[in-house]
Design a protein around this ligand. Structure first.
Ligand code: ZN
Ligand code: ZN
Length: 739
């Protein structure tokens, strides 16, 4: 105040008349920004001087400062004052109008606008009105005002930008865009174009946002605009588009903000490419306390397959929240490290400060399903119930799947029965159909499928896959094929995808219709992927059809080279050739496999002993009781031979473990030997089935072997492989030797 008073005195002394008004205006404008009351008192001094006349330029700044006051009283006072002076026009009127808008009084803006003679409605006034309406959520009124402005003075980019910023839905924004173009408004005007970018990015029109962004001259692209378009693309799933723009932004010297970085990290994680991850990480070092950013980094590393690095980052995070913990648990789960996921969850619970949520449980349940230990599934179920996550539809469906994959079909059924079927989600129905399916309950699966439809539920893509594979597992070829035909006709309103085709190939393969399967794959409307060819190859193996296998190999090669799939397909192929007497071809494929960079998935089997599951790899010697286990296995070998088991082939055709000429030390055999040893120690009182979980398909030799083991120990054996469950009982398997 003191300084302003001195300035005023000096001003009065220096130049009491004429050009002084201009200087007073400047003085008031300056004061307005800092201290509205000082500005008002300056104005009063100005008024009291007989030589000074307030003009158009005296008021805008003053009115703007009035809008900062919570009480509209001052503003109304000035409104009346301006009317008395006859100065309510042009800049002053526009400023008053905007000030009402800022005070959330759009009706006052409207009234004021209508009070001003039509002839005085200039673009500035119109823009003020449109902005006031749009900023206060009156988008349709703003839109109507913009149309009226069009016929009166023409649309101004600033006014259009104001309406665009207020648009609440994409359709509205698109209409505005079309109108602006039709009216010849300069849509490349940086203000308007950036309003379009923000609007499209916000309302889910990421591609349009990118186009508008490109229309802005490079020199006018401000950081906010870059950020909006990049986040918009990332959120709409266009990860590569977001990454490309991000690189361009950084190369151009713009500094991305935190929101952009987080969305870029998410986009990179979705792309799951180590290369992209390295690019982002090259210059990103968030502080350890920035949990959101650090979590995004954990996710990025985990999805790029760098679990170790993800864990390092995770360990460094300060003040981890549930999202961060869930990201790491999920990271382990996605990288086929279910035991680690479960261990980390237990650590989280032990620390006791974090409450797990549905997302945490979804990862945990997947991990539980992967391990497949019955006791574990029950424990996870209990935890979810305690945390109140059991009511969540996704958690519920995942739990059904977990029980089913843990060999606990009755518990999966019980969980399903407990929920009101009328309020079941489609995912819930699908989970139960899938559960019946992998246990060979094709009829039950079909029954559920009819029931859900009768109750008015619409099956989705996943439901149909579950139904088709249930038919496949149960050998219901006719039912399966007719269901597939219905899918293909579009009866369910779902387009047949690769997974449906893979099921159909399985069905035809089971029926021995390999030619038919081949021609179906060749005429598929979507391109056949590796699982489809893999199914066909599996059928060729069962029927010993080298001719079609050779054709399949040709078609599959391109996909394999693109880095898809596992080495298992090549193993399958090599074994198939060998079996069919084509040694030369077998040797060639083996050689290719040697030089191939394809990821080899090591076979692992778990046996459930009490509440824990012990894991074994093929030829595993790492167990502390390794010698005893191998002795047990040798003994078992003798007994199963007495039961009539004979090793039929040195090679066979499943995706079995690598590096073993035969199945003698395949992981499930070690797991079985261990299980037998432990239950004998327990007094031999074990009566329930022995449960084995395997991550690859069971090979034919081990399948025969397991049948004999069941007879030897007089217990049911439930073996889960990567495809389904095998219930071995009295020397037979529930799969009917087709898997
Ligand atoms: Zn085997
Ligand atoms: Zn079987």
């Amino acid at each position: 105040m003191g300084a302003t008073a001195t300035a005023r005195t000096r001003l009065l002394q220096a130049d009491p008349g004429g050009g002084a008004t201009v200087r007073w205006n400047l003085l008031i404008a300056g004061a307005s920004r800092r201290d509205p009351l000082a500005a008002v008192s300056l104005y009063k001094s100005m008024q009291s001087s007989s030589e000074l006349r307030p003009n158009d330029h005296t008021f805008p700044a003053l009115l703007r400062s009035m809008a900062m006051q919570p009480d509209p009283l001052h503003l109304r006072h000035f409104h009346a004052h301006l009317l008395r002076l006859g100065l309510l026009r042009r800049h002053a009127a526009a400023a008053l109008l905007r000030a009402y808008g800022e005070l959330r009084l759009p009706c006052q803006s409207r009234r004021l606008f209508d009070e001003i003679p039509r002839l005085d409605h200039d673009p500035v006034l119109w823009t003020g009105l449109v902005s006031s309406l749009s900023e206060n959520g009156r988008v349709s009124e703003a839109f109507a005002a913009l149309s009226a402005m069009r016929s009166s003075v023409g649309i101004d980019p600033g006014a259009a930008a104001a309406v665009v910023s207020g648009a609440g839905e994409l359709r509205q924004g698109q209409l505005l865009h079309a109108m602006a173009i039709k009216e010849g408004v300069d849509v490349a005007d940086p203000r308007l174009a950036s309003a379009f970018v923000h609007m499209y990015a916000r309302l889910g029109g990421a591609a349009a946002a990118a186009v508008c962004f490109r229309a802005i001259p490079a020199s006018s692209r401000v950081a906010a605009c870059w950020n909006a378009v990049i986040s918009g693309l990332a959120m709409n799933g266009d990860g590569s588009g977001a990454m490309a723009l991000f690189k361009e932004m950084v190369a151009g010297g713009e500094v991305p903000n935190r929101v952009t970085l987080i969305s870029v990290l998410k986009a990179a994680a979705e792309l799951g490419s180590g290369e992209v991850a390295a690019d982002v990480l090259a210059w990103l070092r968030p502080p350890a306390s920035d949990v959101v950013m650090m979590t995004a980094l954990v996710e990025l590393q985990a999805t790029s397959g760098e679990v170790g690095k993800a864990r390092e980052i995770f360990d460094a995070v300060q003040g981890k929240n549930v999202v961060c913990w869930s990201a790491m648990i999920g990271g382990y789960e996605q990288n086929s490290m279910p035991e680690e996921a479960i261990r980390l969850f237990r650590l989280m619970m032990k620390e006791g400060e974090i409450r797990p949520n549905a997302v945490t449980f979804l990862s945990l349940i997947s991990a539980g399903a992967a391990v497949g230990a019955a006791g574990l599934a029950g424990a996870i179920h209990k935890q979810a119930a305690v945390a109140g996550a059991g009511a969540d539809d996704r958690v519920f469906s995942a739990m059904i799947g977990m029980y089913a994959r843990s060999g606990e079909l009755p518990l999966a059924r019980r969980l399903f029965e407990e929920r009101d079927r009328g309020r079941m989600s489609v995912a819930g129905w699908t989970a139960m159909i899938g559960a019946e399916g992998i246990h060979g309950g094709g009829r039950r699966a079909l029954g559920l499928f009819s029931e859900m439809q009768a109750r008015g539920f619409k099956p989705n893509e996943v439901t149909l896959v579950a139904v088709l594979s249930a038919c496949g597992h149960a050998g219901l070829v006719e039912e399966g094929v007719s269901c597939f035909e219905a899918v293909r006709r579009g009866d369910f309103g779902v387009a047949a995808n690769e997974r449906h085709y893979a099921c159909a190939v399985d069905l035809l393969g089971r029926a021995g219709k390999l030619e038919e399967a081949m021609s179906m794959v060749e005429t598929m409307p979507v391109e056949a992927d590796l699982p489809v060819w893999g199914s066909l190859l599996g059928a060729c193996r069962i029927h010993g059809n080298v001719g079609i296998a050779k054709k399949v190999e040709g078609r599959m090669k391109g996909l394999l080279r693109d880095g898809w799939g596992s080495a298992g397909h090549l193993v399958l192929l090599a074994n198939l050739y060998k079996q069919g007497g084509r040694r030369d071809e077998a040797v060639r494929v083996r050689a290719e496999l040697m030089c191939s960079p394809l990821r080899k998935i090591p076979g692992r089997s778990f046996v459930a002993v009490g509440k824990v599951a012990r894991g074994f790899t093929a030829g595993d010697a790492s167990h502390e009781e390794s010698e005893l286990i191998y002795a047990e296995l040798r003994e078992l070998d003798v007994k199963v031979r007495e039961m009539g088991y004979a090793r039929k082939r040195r090679w066979d055709g499943r995706e079995e473990e690598e590096g073993e000429e035969d199945g003698r030390f395949h992981s499930e055999r070690l797991a079985m030997a261990f299980g037998i040893m432990i239950s004998r120690r327990g007094g031999g009182a074990e009566t329930g089935p022995m449960r084995i979980m395997k991550n690859l398909r069971v090979c034919e030799d081990c399948h025969e072997y397991t049948k004999a083991v069941g007879k030897v120990i007089g217990r049911e054996l439930i073996v889960r492989d990567s495809r389904r469950f095998h219930h071995f009982k009295d020397g037979f398997c529930s799969c009917g030797d087709f898997w």
